[in-house]
Design a binder for this molecule. Structure first.
Ligand code: BTN
Length: 269
């Protein structure tokens, strides 16, 4: 299917929204951070705002969490970074990740219904396999939070035969069993992100994120230093999340641990 992005096709799909498009970019994250810091008047993400977005057809240095690379071949993904200027305390920047994760899950819902779940903290899974990821990065102006950039990569029809994968991955089209027009999905995604950015401090956002978290109620292994191999880890029951998005894990000896940054997998026992 040819749904290649061009400046004109995106203008038609995105209307008045501020956007920048690149056929090829190293990473949309860097472009969005520079754009945000150089343009203090971009929409902040208040109710009714249309968030500014950077879109690339292909990335040569797409990045994921924990310093990983994000496989970003042309014409087969949605690769974008949206700019938020939220009025948040630094410990609440995790809420921008919730905006991204809930936005992606809602945009995919018409194609995939309840097969879409979230894996704490920010993976979007279809039938248990990763189909999209969210990378939230802060752009600082000296000591001040200038902007928060929420990077989103969605696999639409990725050929993984050349990819070096750590976890099982999938794409939206084969899972949905139908062709997806990336312009329609991107426009819907951005509409959901606009909505949730306007609710960033609301308990409704936390609840929408929590409801989709397939991790809760499961026995998990928590890898506390995922950029090290092997990472130190512990097992326990993923009981709950708190208002900052931290995962609360009950160990077998009854201790509860609060985990803010880590990777989790389903425990084997
Ligand atoms: C993850 O799951 O590790 C997060 C992946 C985020 C990938 C997106 S693709 C668009 C944006 N630009 C990047 O370099 N990364 C994010």
């Amino acid at each position: 299917m040819t749904d290649r992005f061009t400046p004109n096709s995106l203008r038609a799909a995105l209307g008045d929204r501020p956007f920048r498009f690149f056929d090829q970019a190293a990473s949309t994250q860097d472009i969005a951070q520079e754009w945000a810091l150089a343009n203090p008047d971009l929409p902040a993400g208040k109710p009714g705002d249309q968030l500014a977005v950077v879109v690339a057809e292909e990335q040569t240095a797409g990045r994921g969490r924990q310093g990983r690379t994000w496989y970003s071949p042309p014409s087969s993904c949605i690769l974008c970074s949206v700019i938020l200027k939220p009025d948040l305390a630094p410990e609440d920047v995790t809420r921008a990740t919730m905006v991204g994760a809930v936005g992606v899950a809602e945009a995919l819902y018409p194609y995939l219904h309840e097969t879409v779940t979230l894996k704490w903290p920010n993976d979007v899974l279809i039938r248990g396999k990763k189909a999209a990821g969210i990378l939230t990065e802060a752009a600082w102006l000296g000591d001040e939070l200038g902007a928060v950039v929420v990077g989103i990569g969605i696999n639409i029809r990725v050929d993984f035969s050349d990819a070096d994968l750590i976890h099982p991955a999938t794409s939206v089209e084969p899972e949905a069993g139908r062709a997806i027009d990336r312009h329609d999905l991107l426009a819907e995604l951005l509409a959901r992100l606009d909505y949730w950015a306007g609710q960033i401090a609301s308990p409704l956002l936390l609840e929408a994120w929590r409801q989709r978290l397939g991790t809760l109620g499961k026995r998990v292994t928590v890898y506390t230093e995922p950029d090290r191999y092997p990472s130190p880890s512990f097992d326990g029951l993923a009981e709950a999340v708190d208002e900052h998005g931290a995962l609360l894990v009950r160990l077998d000896d009854g201790e509860q641990r609060r985990v803010l940054a880590a990777d989790v997998g389903l425990a084997e026992n």
